[in-house]
Design a binder for this molecule. Structure first.
Ligand code: HEC
Length: 97
């Protein structure tokens, strides 16, 4: 299973999810990682649907879930960028929701 094929599938899911609930800050590095790496198994949850603390727990949990399912988990850099993005748009981020 090579990367190209998986990205295609993930891409179409992200588009479908994007229609219903556009992600905040589209095209930013965090949004792109979120779309490309997190939409392959389930619909993307809206960033504002969880608090920053809950995102940290879920993203850490997904690291294990992805490994168990044979998907390359995020590396530390990707996880850092993703968490920064999710925190910035979380329920308790203040500002835009
Ligand atoms: C390999 C498949 C897979 C990928 C890739 C994946 N997830 Fe998940 N995710 C799951 C499964 C399976 C569950 C439910 C069972 C569990 O929690 O392990 C889940 C549950 C969740 C939940 C909890 C939903 C709820 O209602 O409780 C969140 C939030 C979540 N994932 C976010 C993410 C994020 C963020 C990423 C990207 C870092 C991601 N997922 C990538 C398989 C995946």
């Amino acid at each position: 299973m090579r990367r190209g094929r998986r990205l295609l599938v993930v891409g179409s899911l992200a588009v479908a999810a994007g229609c219903a609930h556009p992600l905040p800050d589209p095209g930013s590095p965090g949004a792109r990682i979120y779309e490309e790496r997190c939409g392959g198994c389930h619909a993307l949850h809206e960033p504002r649907s969880l608090t920053a603390a809950m995102w940290e727990i879920q993203v850490r949990k997904m690291r294990e879930t992805m490994r168990r399912r044979g998907v390359r988990p995020l590396n530390d850099d990707e996880e850092g960028v993703l968490l920064q993005y999710l925190r910035a748009h979380a329920t308790d981020a203040g500002g835009q929701s």
